[in-house]
Design a protein around this ligand. Structure first.
Ligand code: NAP
Ligand code: MG
Length: 486
């Protein structure tokens, strides 16, 4: 194993350029039920913090089972009128939401970065525009469902319980809410405990555009709030994005209840570099694949397979590229690597890094930049000398930790790529179209990128195989999750 000791020092530093647009954050937020912000019956609140500074941003209501009951009742009450509304009118609401999101994009981007720790250039260029796109895309579908499913009658499922994680807080809310509303359902959304602020601000947009009361309700809180929502008798469908562990619990909870269920779960996706690939381009793809959003990405390319003949070149270039990543203030537009979302997640990631070292893999972390004193930070990391049996090659880390392995033949790459209980995504880097198609047809994953990574589009269905879940979000396939087709 080679020691990558290239050090480019601090020769290339930019002056700080933080986005200083003021964003007003209330001292506390209630639950959004029946079109209004209300205090929780539980009277309980929890702080939401900025993971880059550990500063408390606001206090968020913790919904109890009684609060969840109120939210479900509100969604149920709103359902008959909402589903009878001419589809074109439903579409207009979605168009209005999309436009308001675009108009308020900067404020949302800053808030997302403050509450979640991701670099502003990601929330500004990916999270918020993609969320707006989801509303636009589904606005267009609202009055065309008969064309999407010719010969069938498309009816809404009813009240949808939607539970989302913290890695793309607003985007996940948009992925869930937009298709549900386009199809004539009503919603109770449960954001993740550490990142509720942008979903609550989206509720302000619902008020601004005059979305009928009760069509979307938002209950904040922890896991118990999610469990109370998913198990509520008034719910017709549960849509969940999060860990495979909680997904399994929900599958048990909803079994035999008649509730529809869709699950978007974890991943351990392979990113495969063949010797005929454009190596410089592939190295950029590795960086995007695993260090985007600090690796807090369900489809992160966390298992890198490099053809043996180019392993040395790829790892040398990777080591150089990693030295140029800027870690620091997420509000600074030059920042590449932001803060880890929570103290708990940081501990989990650090545990995996220790485990990788203990099991005999060689750790590399660029070390020339200072780690901020406050907040939750993890230097981007990659491991060489990883064996398929190593924990870091098998388990989802959900952090900026890459396991680098090599292969000799396409058959071997394929076998090793599929050797996982997950099947969310994969990347293939090659100059040969036929090789890309051959591999793509045999890798068991919901999304396969060729010569790119981590690209999303509202029209393209996203979802997993095996323990990565079932059901699709986005595209025509995503609509069917919110419809009874008769
Ligand atoms: P998580 O712990 O499963 O939490 C997801 C959501 O479920 C949160 O809102 C959480 O609330 C809630 N929850 C927790 N326990 C629950 C229970 N017993 N019943 C009902 N709801 C419950 O996952 P996470 O740590 O937030 O997110 C990371 C995971 O999400 C990773 O595994 C990642 O791969 C996966 N993910 C998948 C996709 C995809 O599209 N496939 C996309 C993004 C993320 P609290 O926040 O209050 O705990
Ligand atoms: Mg937070």
């Amino acid at each position: 194993m080679k020691k990558h000791s290239l050090n480019f020092g601090d020769a290339w530093e930019y002056a700080p350029a933080p986005d200083s647009t003021p964003v007003v954050i209330a001292k506390s937020y209630g639950l959004f039920i029946d079109g209004a912000f209300v205090s929780p019956q539980s009277r309980k609140t929890m702080p939401t913090i900025n993971p880059a500074t550990e500063e408390v941003l606001s206090k968020i209501a913790v919904a109890s089972a009684a609060d969840v009951d109120k939210a479900v009742a509100s969604a149920k009450k709103a359902l008959p009128k909402w589903k009878r509304l001419p589809a074109k009118e439903r579409g207009k609401y979605l168009f209005r939401i999309a436009r308001r999101l675009q108009e308020r994009a900067r404020e949302f981007a800053i808030l997302e970065t403050m509450d979640g720790g991701k670099p502003i250039k990601e929330s500004r260029d990916v999270d918020i525009p993609e969320a707006a796109k989801h509303f636009f895309y589904h606005a267009g579908w609202a009055d065309k469902l008969d064309y999407a499913f010719p010969g069938r009658e498309a009816k809404p499922v009813g009240v949808c319980a939607q539970i989302i994680p913290w890695n793309f807080p607003l985007l996940m809310a948009a992925w869930k809410i937009a298709p549900a509303l386009a199809c004539g359902n009503t919603v109770v959304l449960k954001p993740a405990e550490t990142t509720s602020l942008t979903a609550l601000r989206l509720a302000e947009i619902f008020q601004e555009v005059g979305l009928p009361d009760g069509v979307v309700n938002i209950v904040t809180g922890a896991g118990e709030t999610g469990a109370a929502l998913a198990s509520h008798k008034g719910v017709d469908k549960v849509a969940f994005t999060g860990s495979t562990g909680v997904g399994k619990l929900l599958a048990e909870m909803t079994a035999g209840s008649g509730k529809r269920l869709s699950l978007e779960l974890g991943g351990k996706s392979p990113n495969i570099i063949f010797e005929d690939a454009s190596i410089d381009q592939a190295v950029e793809g590795i960086i995007t694949g695993i260090y985007f959003n600090q690796g807090h990405v369900c489809c992160a390319g966390s298992r890198l397979f490099v053809q043996e003949s180019v392993l040395e070149e790829v790892t040398t270039k990777l080591a150089i590229r990693m030295q140029s990543l800027r870690m620091g203030d997420p509000l600074d537009k030059n920042t590449d690597v932001g803060a880890i979302n929570s103290a708990g997640q940081l501990k989990t990631i650090q545990g995996y890094i220790q485990c990788g070292k203990k099991e005999g893999a060689l750790l590399h972390q660029p070390n020339h930049r200072k780690v901020p004193k406050k907040g939750f930070w993890c230097r981007p990391a990659w491991f060489e000398g990883v064996q398929p049996s190593h924990t870091i090659a098998r388990e989802e880390i959900f952090g900026p930790v890459l396991a680098v392995m090599s292969f000799r033949t396409p058959e071997e790459a394929l076998k090793r790529a599929n050797n996982t209980p997950y099947g969310l995504a994969a990347g293939i880097w090659t100059d040969k179209g036929s090789k890309a198609f051959e591999m793509a047809s045999q890798i068991k994953a919901g999304v396969i990128w060729c010569n790119t990574y981590n690209r999303f589009d509202a029209a393209s269905p996203f979802g997993g195989f095996k323990e990565s879940g079932f059901g699709r979000e986005g595209g025509r396939q995503g609509l069917s999750a919110y419809l009874e087709l008769v």
